[in-house]
Design a protein around this ligand. Sequence first.
Ligand code: SF4
Length: 451
Amino acid sequence: MEEKKKNKSENFFYIENFGCQMNLSDSEIVASILLKCGYQLSQKVENANLILFNSCSIRKKAEISLKKKIDELEYLRKKNGIFFGIIGCISKSNRELLDKKIDFFLNPNAYKKIPYIIRSLNQGELIKKNNILSQKETYEDILPFRFLNQEKIKTFLSITRGCNNMCTFCIVPFTRGREISRSPNSILHECHLLYKEGYKEITLLGQNVDSYKWIEPNSNHKKKIIDFSNLLRIIAENLPFMRIRFSTSNPHDMSEQVLKVIAQNKNICKHIHLPVQSGSNKILKLMNRKYTREEYLFLIEKIKSIIPECSISHDIMTGFCNENEKDHLDTIDLMNQVKYNYGYMFSYSPRPGTYAYRNLKNNVPDHIKKRRLEEIISLQRKHSLFRMKEYLGKLQEVLIERISKKSDQYWYGKNSQNLGVVFPKKNFKVGDIVHVKIKTVTSATLIGNIV
Ligand code: SF4
């Protein structure tokens, strides 16, 4: 549907997203706040008079693309009454760099300040710089305006914010603050609303969902603790027809209880994203990742014994400070032991403000980082194909998400293991759950027919 032209009195906002699922979920919270201020959502940047950049600082690349986008759109800001704002994760150094190019910054825990910001901007007032990260904000009293998934079949729901883990390479604790969990009632209430709206799948979000913790004062003054395994069970049992996913887990905090709850509840999807970052104990220590490779592999064995059909994905970083060839081979060896279904692989990018940036030398040359990254990517491709072949001839329960990019005669969806499945359409529609018999595979896709 053609977006209607803006007339002088109307206010439109546009959000340019960078980074992770947490940022996308936050954009829907910001959208909800702006709609309450009488703004309307514009899918076209040139139609908006408030342009927000939801930034990411996890790697240099993300910061470069943010700056490029702001420079690209600078011509719009020269027009009267057009305001630029940066929200999301931004490092101090990048803030200083972009200070002159935008009208305001808002950290991820300060979005309720948007009405005050808009009023001040429209009154020509300068926005006071304030980067204090609230330690209490969960936005649980704000229902996100879910505009990012047009199909309205699957969505994110944040259950915690911030992170206490302080991995030495990570900027998140500085941009998103300390961990804070939402009340289980507000989470369950939102899940029920989503179910009524026809959503089929929810991904529970947090930088580290395993450290979810809600302390419920109860009648006899004894405190009742609701941890992640309790929360998962509550949601799964209350919404038996809703597919439940969660991301991101931390190996250090993942409990056996969580694995048992996943195994006992059919509607909790059988996939765990378990970042490892490195297979070398020396590097894990330097990263302040609070587990050893032995403990990580023991957890992998536990996952496979309690949930045999579970797929496992990872995050791995090459070229961290002081990483030598033996450390790299330890990572290769760990990958060969686990044979992950898929993963996200990057080379180390020093982040200003982090412990590693201040105290550790970025001493692995770029060409070695690059070579090591290529090696683990090609190894992962082999392992992905190996794992995909395990599904040949098997029946998969698939949620239809959209038309396949390969052909409009085919649907694309995901199975419980979060693996992509492509199959001829027949007379089914987006949002249907179908059973597909797998005929062939690639390293990235299962291909089959509805039975
Ligand atoms: S667990 Fe580590 S890498 Fe993940 S968000 Fe927290 S500090 Fe960053």
